[in-house]
Write a protein that binds this ligand. Structure first.
Ligand code: BTN
Length: 243
């Protein structure tokens, strides 16, 4: 897999930019920006993107790499989150390595006292033009604003030092390319191993309801909960770890 990297000083959103390039027929690109003025998060939220973080999006052809299937987007998200996990864990001191993990669907979190997000992933698919954009934001040296301090953390804050963002970025890309060629069962095995959600009692908040239960399986499409009313399969929403 050959990916061309486009480095920008600033942009509204690397996902938006890749989406535009995708419609123009461009493929196999990674757009990385120093800052984003309108970074987009999941479920229509904003992704705060000040200087010092990593903000990038990968533009891929849906047919060439992902078999043009609905579940491809879930698979790509899994490849993204396991690659971020494998990249970041190498930078953490031994005493923090147990604390990092993946929270459903694709957040990479660090649990010290409470779960805090270090990476978020937002993928978008365009069926008409057959491309997919995988957007990744990682808190590296960026300052976390006061109102997000309870829920987000940076690598600098965790390890009390600054990091070379581009070294981390290129290590991620290399992991991503390796993981991309794995068989489904190997991807799922890694995801399960790194998951902080599997086996947990959780609350999933969807646009229509809140469901509580114990997570006994996760696949590309969603999460399986064992609830008092029986088994539920949920494919969208926020997941809160209760215990
Ligand atoms: C989330 O809500 O957890 C997903 C956040 C995704 C943020 C990244 S930063 C790079 C790319 N560009 C965007 O506008 N969003 C994604």
């Amino acid at each position: 897999m050959d990916l061309k990297v486009i480095h920008l000083k600033g942009i509204d959103s690397t996902n938006r930019y890749c989406y535009k390039l995708g419609k123009e027929g461009k493929r196999n690109l990674v757009v990385i920006a120093e800052v984003q003025s309108a970074g987009v998060g999941r479920l229509g939220r904003r992704w705060y993107s000040n200087y010092g973080g990593l903000y990038f999006s990968i533009l891929l052809d849906l047919k060439e790499y992902l078999n043009d299937r609905e579940e491809s987007i879930g698979k790509l998200n899994f490849i993204g989150s396991i690659s971020v996990y494998e990249t970041l864990i190498e930078y953490l001191p031994k005493n923090l390595r147990e604390s990092i993990g993946i929270k459903f669907p694709n957040d990479v979190i660090v649990s010290v006292n409470r779960d805090k997000k270090i990476c978020g992933i937002l993928s978008e698919i365009n069926w008409d033009h057959k491309f997919v954009v995988l957007g990744i934001g990682i808190n590296i040296n960026n300052h976390i604003p006061e109102d997000l301090k309870d829920t987000a953390v940076s690598l600098r804050e965790l390890c009390k030092r600054e990091y070379d963002r581009f070294e981390i970025f290129y290590r991620f890309l290399s992991r991503f390319k390796d993981n991309f060629h794995l068989e489904d069962r190997e991807i799922l095995k890694k995801y399960e191993k790194y998951s902080k959600t599997l086996g947990r009692y959780v609350k999933v908040v969807t646009p229509n309801e809140e469901i509580t239960g114990t997570v006994f399986k996760i696949d590309y499409g969603g999460i399986y909960l064992s609830t008092l009313e029986g088994i539920r399969y949920i494919n969208v929403g926020d997941c809160i770890h209760l215990r």
